[in-house]
Design a binder for this molecule. Structure first.
Ligand code: SF4
Length: 433
């Protein structure tokens, strides 16, 4: 695979800052070859690994690294560093550890690289520019992608309707251009994007093919602008049903199952179920959920949970003003996910482009809702940029990875929200537009 064509996100920086979060919050699957390699490293208690349990355990038909009692990987040391990395160097670590927080997806003539914003260094844009890491990323790509990666199905726009890779490229360029248009605030860009992409679903198939596509999209974009600025697009407040379905999605995104919590058994599952139901109905107090370890380490939060209890009504009545950093954060998030094809197809539960885009759009109000909750729990009545960053890190952990979001009911919820015109209402309502 000598002619790799790897598309990297231009806006994003990343270096690992050793918070140890991913070593506590992820199950690390390993191959037979990696299992043998680790076994040959001859780990003993003298090297600091636990002596009371196997270092590698079965996972389905394969294997995974075991965890310590506090949920940390058996190879994580007290300073948040990987013992395999320290003793044998980075290449000796399992591929899954070396890949995170990157996500590599096959495209028409190459590969795209996206990032998982569950890593606090990604969400805060810390470290080296991703474009300066091309050599390492190309090496990772060689290890990750199958040799036939170019034989991809055509991207599905909506339902059973697919587009050619050339049409897809034009659509993606319009999406990126609209979301990066700094002449207007980000919430308006998102609303306009939802509006013109909604027209795509209704447009005659012949209109969206061939050389006319850029002209058609320009017309749709102008119509979307008018609908958002002069018209009533998204101006109706979200309905009761829309809010319930929205909070149900937030509950699924907030849920973090780690090896430690799963081993807590039925009690944990019942608590999560009860929290999910309370979040859906949205009455009384918001259930207290502890932040993941990485978010606590990067953004601060007591390990025992939120400092103050919060009423659902207080989250709704919170100031609609967003911190000045919000536009940069959301613009970067959406552009990284879109350029990295991290919102549809195989990278995203086989969702169509439009269903994936709508799910991604809901990350905007979901992040603001969660950020408001964090601010209130800390006794503040204004959002800080770190409230948004922490909220996005918490929610993005599950996006594209939680099996709950793969269920037919989750997909149909997105379609219902779209059909009821609730996605634009939620974005406008929480975005302060
Ligand atoms: S979550 Fe990010 S910063 Fe923290 S250890 Fe993992 S890769 Fe490094």
């Amino acid at each position: 695979m000598s002619d790799l064509n790897v598309l990297l996100p231009l806006q994003q920086n990343w270096s690992c800052h050793n918070c140890g979060g991913c070593c506590r919050e992820h199950e690390i699957s390993i191959s037979d070859a990696e299992k043998q390699r680790i076994e040959k490293q001859n780990w003993t208690v003298d090297h600091g690994v636990p002596g009371d349990r196997p270092l590698i355990v079965a996972l389905g038909n394969g294997w995974r690294l075991n965890h310590q009692d506090d949920g940390a990987c058996v190879f994580l040391d007290a300073n948040g560093l990987c013992r395999i990395h320290a003793k044998f160097g980075e290449p000796a670590k399992p591929l899954a550890c070396r890949l995170y927080p990157y996500a590599i997806h096959p495209a028409a003539n190459g590969l795209t690289v996206s990032l998982r914003f569950s890593c606090p260094s990604v969400v805060s844009n810390l470290g080296t520019r991703v474009t300066a890491q091309r050599a390492e990323l190309e090496q990772l790509c060689r290890e990750v992608v199958p040799t036939d990666f170019r034989n991809r199905d055509l991207p599905v726009l909506a339902g059973k309707r697919s587009v050619s890779w050339e049409e897809f490229r034009v659509l993606l360029a319009f999406l990126e251009r609209g979301l990066a248009d700094r002449s207007i605030a980000f919430p308006q860009r998102l609303l306009q994007t939802l509006a013109w992409t909604q027209f795509l679903e209704q447009a005659d198939e012949g209109l969206l093919s061939g050389e006319r596509l850029p002209d058609i999209l320009t017309i749709l974009l102008e119509a979307a602008r008018r609908a958002c600025v002069e018209g009533d697009y998204g101006r109706q407040p979200p309905s009761r049903t829309g809010r319930m379905m929205f909070r149900q999605l937030v509950a699924q995104l907030l849920r973090h199952d780690t090896q430690q919590s799963v081993s807590a058994g039925l009690k944990h599952r019942l608590r999560m179920l009860s929290s999910g139901i309370r979040l859906t109905f949205g009455r009384g107090m918001v259930p207290a959920l502890k932040d993941p370890e990485s978010v606590r380490a990067a953004f601060g939060e007591s390990a025992s949970g939120p400092a103050q209890s919060v009423l659902f009504a207080a989250v709704e009545q919170f100031s609609r003003e967003l911190p000045s950093e919000a536009d940069e954060l959301f613009e970067r998030y959406f552009l990284v996910k879109i350029a990295g094809h991290h919102f549809f197809g195989r990278a995203f539960y086989d969702y169509s482009m439009l269903d994936g885009l709508r799910t991604l759009a809901l990350m905007f109000p979901a992040t603001i809702w969660t950020a408001r909750l964090r601010a209130l729990q800390s006794g503040r009545d204004r959002l800080l940029a770190d409230d948004l960053r922490a909220a996005l890190a918490i929610l993005d952990h599950n996006l594209g990875y939680s099996p709950a979001l793969q269920l037919r009911s989750s997909r149909s919820r997105i379609r219902q929200l779209a059909g009821l015109q609730q996605i634009e209402s939620l974005c406008r309502h929480y975005g302060g537009e």
